[in-house]
Design a protein around this ligand. Structure first.
Ligand SMILES: Cc1cc2nc3c(=O)[nH]c(=O)nc-3n(C[C@H](O)[C@H](O)[C@H](O)COP(=O)(O)OP(=O)(O)OC[C@H]3O[C@@H](n4cnc5c(N)ncnc54)[C@H](O)[C@@H]3O)c2cc1C
Length: 361
């Protein structure tokens, strides 16, 4: 019996682009990295996602999306418009969607959230609970992360983004625009209406860490998401994270199948930063304290991950989330030295020494 959902909602956008085929390989690569299956039919490429379908017609210069519900259609519009916007940038593409949800100005991926509780997990890790409504979409699409929108000293009372006719967010002018930083949903309870986020309270001038240090019940932030690609399922994993990747690594250990094996390294400032993790897997967890070496300067995390021998049989995945230099070293090792594919590894820079707001734009 076929349980495929009925794709009742549909929309399309004319693509006023001279050279669509020149961008199509990269657009297609990007969409497939969000777990879409692609198939070619003459001048048309179809993409099948778990939550809907999309197509690019290179002869008629039109892209189409169909989904079972509003969240799915909004997600497809955002994925397609972002891909076109990024890869056909030089043509400054004008995208205007028609059909279902055309004229909608509510941004499906945005929620205003209210701080409901704050507690210190360790001396430098602060768990903040945010209450909000209608959070079901944050459990969909395989992304674990959110873009958090904060008020700042310069913009204490920000305006939130809305939805444009091109399917992408419309931001208020700079004097009312909130400042964005990327964080991980450590825990989500759709029925109870809350998410937990673990903030590393790091030294120096900042937006996210500074906000977390003075967070108190009743304060408001915006969140957009979910952000990020699904992590590939495998029988064996090697993982590495510093404190910023720890919330995502902990979520993976709590949710991967019990039979999963491998090893996970977590770099923390010192032993006081270790925290309990309900590891549901057989992945071995090893803590690597820096013991006085500043964050982003210690090479032991990257070295430990590189020293792990890749299994010769079975499915395997390498997952790494830490400072940009360490992420580059590990990525070069996996993709270059070991010639592993993009579908077998993910080595992501979660922050960069001396740079503010990495990945938040
Ligand atoms: C997908 C993703 C998920 C993430 N999830 C989390 C999460 O759940 N929890 C979390 O705490 N972080 C997380 N991060 C990292 C976080 O986005 C960055 O650390 C971000 O820079 C924090 O913003 P900020 O305003 O505090 O500092 P910024 O204003 O961005 O930076 C100010 C200064 O602080 C430095 N800095 C930034 N991060 C650190 C650090 N970790 N240690 C030391 N110095 C630092 C910068 O280099 C810069 O010099 C995630 C990042 C990504 C990409």
């Amino acid at each position: 019996m076929d349980h495929a959902p009925t794709l009742d909602l549909a929309c399309e956008a004319q693509l006023r682009i001279r050279n669509l085929p020149a961008y199509m390989d990269r657009i297609s690569d990007r969409l497939q990295s969000f777990e879409a299956d692609a198939s070619h039919h003459g001048g048309r490429i179809d993409f099948r996602f778990a939550f809907g379908e999309a197509s690019f017609d290179m002869d008629r210069l039109v892209m189409r999306a169909r989904a079972a519900d509003r969240d799915g259609l909004a997600r497809l519009k955002d994925l397609l418009a972002t891909a076109v916007d990024v890869y056909a940038k030089e043509e400054n593409p004008e995208i205007v969607w028609t059909g279902d949800l055309a004229g909608e100005t509510r941004l499906a991926q945005f929620r205003e959230m209210t701080v409901a509780g704050v507690r210190n997990l360790t001396p430098h890790m602060r768990r903040i609970r945010f209450a909000g409504e209608d959070l079901a979409r944050f459990a969909k699409f395989g992304g674990m992360h959110i873009r958090m929108l904060f008020p700042t000293g310069d913009v204490p009372d920000p305006l939130w983004p809305t939805l444009g006719g091109n399917g992408l967010p419309v931001w208020p002018s700079d004097d009312r625009r909130p400042v964005a930083r990327v964080y991980t949903i450590r825990e989500l309870d759709v029925d109870a209406g809350f998410i937990d986020v673990d903030f590393l309270v790091h030294p120096g001038e900042s937006v996210g860490a500074a906000w977390a240090m003075q967070a108190a019940p009743g304060m408001k932030v915006g969140i957009m998401g979910p952000v990020g690609r699904p992590v590939r399922q495998a029988e064996w994993y090697v993982m590495g994270a510093d404190e910023t990747g720890l919330p995502a690594l902990a979520r993976l250990l709590e949710t991967l199948p019990a039979s999963t094996v491998g090893v996970a390294f977590v770099e923390v400032a010192d032993d006081a930063e270790r925290q309990p993790i309900e590891n549901a897997t057989r992945i071995e967890l090893r803590w690597l304290p820096r013991n006085g070496v500043p964050a982003g300067e210690d090479k032991r995390l990257a070295d430990a991950v590189r020293a792990v021998a890749w299994p010769k049989t079975g499915s395997a995945f390498g997952w790494f989330a830490a400072e940009a230099t360490a992420a580059r070293i590990v990525r070069e090792h996996w993709r270059g030295t070991l010639s592993l594919g993009r579908d077998e590894t993910l080595a992501a820079a979660y922050w960069r020494r001396g740079a503010a707001g990495l990945m938040a734009g």
